[in-house]
Design a protein around this ligand. Structure first.
Ligand code: 5GP
Length: 196
């Protein structure tokens, strides 16, 4: 067991930006990095596995956990609830693992208040048109849902340009034009943060 506490990396990106693909590449490359598995009330997509992609729970279960303070942060994203398990993050950091959170901007803001020392990375799409194209290509959302996600994405970009307690929300902002390049940049950030 390592005697150092692991670091917390928070990656936020608008839906469809490519953060899941990026995270998979990071996790394959770095065995000391573990992704936090969130709880959600949304329905699983056809290829998703309970306990691997998310813990899929009912609203009642989610609200019960929220009441008991089991979430480090939680958010209502597109009408469904998502939450990060406090125990998961704390336990793995204590074991010396670096923990990766893939959460939305609202969630990142909440975590930043609690954990200002974590590293905040934002992945943005090259343009709104490209984001629309990616969401349409994924084919898992209806037209109305895509329109909603694009609207939220614009709001999130505005939030990134705002200051919170004299600081920007994110430490690093990466435009995802090419997922391999974006992954290389994040790998470099992780290595550099270990040296700091
Ligand atoms: P999706 O339904 O496409 O998997 O995720 C929708 C959005 O919810 C994404 O932006 C994703 O990062 C975010 N999300 C997933 N898990 C959590 C979580 O635990 N907390 C917060 N705040 N957002 C989350």
């Amino acid at each position: 067991m390592s005697n150092r506490t692991g670091k917390l990396f928070v990656i936020s990106a608008s839906s469809g930006t490519g953060k899941t693909t990026l995270a998979q590449a990071l996790l394959q490359n770095d065995k000391n990095l573990i992704q936090s598995i969130s709880y959600t009330t949304r329905q699983p997509r056809p290829n998703e596995i309970n306990g691997k992609d998310y813990f899929f729970v009912t609203k009642q279960q989610f609200f019960g956990m929220r009441e008991k303070g089991e979430f480090l942060e939680w958010a209502n994203v597109f009408g469904r609830y998502y939450g990060t398990s406090r125990t998961f993050v704390e336990m793995h950091q204590k074991l010396g693992k670096d923990v990766l959170l893939l959460i939305d901007v609202q969630g990142a803001k909440k975590v930043k208040k609690l954990m200002p020392g974590a590293i905040y990375i934002f992945l943005s799409p090259p343009s709104k048109e490209e984001l629309r194209r990616r969401l349409e290509k994924r084919g898992t959302e209806s037209k109305a849902e895509i329109a909603r996600r694009l609207k939220v994405a614009q709001q999130e970009l505005r939030e990134l340009n705002a200051m919170y307690d004299g600081r920007y929300l994110c430490d690093y902002r990466i435009v995802n034009r090419d997922i391999r390049k974006a992954t290389e940049i994040v790998k470099t950030i992780i290595s550099a943060e270990h040296l700091s």
